[in-house]
Design a protein around this ligand. Sequence first.
Ligand SMILES: [Mn+2]
Length: 203
Amino acid sequence: MASGKEKRAASVSRKTKETEISVSVDIDGSGSFDISTGVGFFDHMLEQLSRHSLIDITVKAKGDLHIDDHHTVEDTGIAIGQAISKALGDRRGIARYASLDLAMDETLTRAAIDVSGRPFLVWNVGFSAPKVGTFDTELVREFFQALAQNAGITLHVTNHYGANNHHIAETCFKAVARVLRAATEHDPRQAGVVPSTKGTLNG
Ligand SMILES: [Mn+2]
């Protein structure tokens, strides 16, 4: 019954022939970040994820950007997901579910989450251009697929409408940040209890 007393923080280092990545997260942080992936737009998105989830996130990634951004984005998603899962431990006392619609100028995007231990991504987001600046818009999905798989979360993301692809991508990160914050928050009415009739949220 020590819920809320353990520090919900973790670090993960991951090295392959394609990428070398170190990630630290603190679930109960203040949204401070130190992010460097070598991909400017992706850094900007991960900063939104930290700032609006209030999860402190440090990312140092060195990837094979001479090929493209794919490995770096996907493997960063894997490492952040693994760090979040590790930090959440047995997920005792969390709210578990959250959803919201997030507006940004002309764009509206919905995210719904179940911090269930069961990885699943439902992705209803389309882009009208293959790139934002030099960033491949299809990598937004790749990131969230890796995050959901490795964090052990069910995540549904739907873009209702939007004209600007930068805004569409950014609302995905901000909406997921907000539901991640709400669903991993301690629920005082179920302090110390795993919020599942099955008794476990570890898959
Ligand atoms: Mn922006």
